[in-house]
Design a protein around this ligand. Sequence first.
Ligand code: NGO
Length: 519
Amino acid sequence: MRKSRLFGSILTALALVASTTLAASQAQAAVAPIDSVVPVPVSVQSVPNVTYNLTSGTQIRAAAGATDVANLLATTLRRSTGFALPVSQGTGDGISLQLSGADPQVGQQGYQLDVAASGVTIKASSAAGLFAGTQTLRQLLPAKIEASSVQTGPWPVPGARILDYPRFAHRSAMLDVARHFFTPDVVKRYIDEIALYKINYLHLHMSDDQGWRIMIDSWPRLATYGGSTQVGGGPGGYYTKAQYSDIVAYAAARHITVIPEIDMPGHTNAALASYAELNCNNTAPPLYTGTNVGFSSLCVPKDVTYRFVDDVIRELAAVTPGPYIHIGGDEAQSTSDADYRTFMNRVLPIVAKYGKQTMGWHEIAKVNPPTGVVPQYWGTTTSNTSVRDAAARGNKILMSPANKAYLDMKYNSSTRLGLTWAGYIEVRTAYDWNPGAHLSGVGESAVRGVEAPLWSETIVTRQDIEYMAFPRLPAIAEVGWSPWSKHNWDQFRQRLGAQGPRWTVMGMNYYRSTQVPWA
Ligand code: NGO
């Protein structure tokens, strides 16, 4: 009797604990949509007792110059609401996208978003700014707005006044399509996913020891032979120029600029295997499907090397509307320092000759490149002499410290995918760093922006991409977009938790980090 009463009170106590934890997690889950935007906007004011409801009668109005953004928004909203949402020019109630009257603080990429009972008004000074505003609007709507089939409403947008613009002009994601090849459809899906977090550059790592992924007409074996395998020995693949241009256009419609990378002089086994004359000993090595680095180099003294580079850059520049070409330059362990310098001093003018600006991994800083060249920091330390010196000379640095921003590092020891050389990167680690004060001597004004690279030695499917990128990509996106004064892990994890249902609706395979209170 006494025993069972004791047992009963233990049960009651347990139930009490369980219900309070449940209540706590439900309270956590109920982050208001206005408080759940990622990256957190510069300024958000709630307008109490005001809601705009998207209905079957809602119209979308667009300024001249904003119809592409309006049509893209309409396409997204029509899928899940089933509403007609006609797009017309002009102003009025409903959703209105305007290219005048924005607060000058919005600059070239920001926007103002006002939600009144009669409608949602987004104002910006460029289509890019309007596009950013529409990504915020998506996040203010219920998660099911992301569904690919018609759902039942209602579709409330909370009363709000938002003023928003980025801290850094350049916020980038990198996808390594060389170690494992990803089809254009997979790349496009990733573009959709990163656009939601206001990423505005996609860096495609298109050549490495294991594969060459873009057709170069004057050197066709690069793609047809050099692209014929991948890590682990699968069939690999490559993009035709038409496929590449299609990816570039798809990204551009989402205000994302593609930066193609051809890695050189190291990481070139696929090219060396395709053309014997590129090797100093005139002998083509076999294709490579392992994951070692640092063993290959273009032949620096040979003239054919620069004819090759010239052809590749010329053809790539012709199909790349964006201003940048990335020439890699990392881990050239099989190239002497003197050769590396010689090589870069011949290659940098080739990129310039075809009207492009060079980006390179930070080793490129060693050759004192012209100030227009952007070194990309990928180290794990907080000081680097050659990068500091480049910043002092005026080069802008892109920040992707491997121990913070590399999406291919495991979250923890039980993560199935990924590498560990730069350490484990849990969500908080990806979030808690300040790009403008990370590297000594490289302050805010020397930083061009941030990038989250996803190397694909262990990444094979689009589900793998999503698992490693989400939720860390949004963390890096916020570090790049939001003002440092708004940096706050406790608030960020709440907002991030509110994104979970959105990703579920989108069918995304994200990592349910225990650091995040998932809604
Ligand atoms: C390094 C290396 C890549 C690897 C990656 C894996 C850079 C810039 N070079 O980063 O070849 O794929 O690590 O994390």
